[in-house]
Write a protein that binds this ligand. Structure first.
Ligand SMILES: [Zn+2]
Length: 108
């Protein structure tokens, strides 16, 4: 008796070879059907999209945390610089930082 679960294969094409010039049909068993095409878990377009989105989110949160750490370092630098200068120089520095900050925010 032939088991339908085993005979239904994923219909995705898998690229192989050094530059992906060869392709063969995926050997995995089909798990889902999308628009009449059978796919395994790996090649299911929805799961591909989910992995892509998850990767994008991870990249964005990594960029955000790097920016946050950079901002902390800059703030610490300003505090160190400000604590070692006169009050008049510190006021001038703060003025420059505010002007620089508004130049950046209007530049976006
Ligand atoms: Zn597949």
């Amino acid at each position: 008796m032939i088991d339908q679960e085993v005979t239904t294969r994923c219909e995705a094409k898998v690229r192989t070879g050094k530059w992906g010039i060869y392709s063969h049909r995926c050997n995995n068993g089909a798990k889902v059907e999308r628009d009449g095409t059978q796919y395994c878990k790996t090649h299911d377009p929805e799961s591909i999209e989910q992995r892509r989105t998850a990767k994008q989110d991870a990249t964005m949160s990594s960029i955000r945390s790097r920016r946050a750490r950079r901002d902390v370092r800059r703030a610490e630098y300003v505090v160190r610089a400000a604590t070692s200068m006169s009050l008049k120089d510190a006021d001038a520095l703060v003025g420059e930082i505010i002007a620089f900050g508004s130049a950046i925010s209007t530049g976006r």
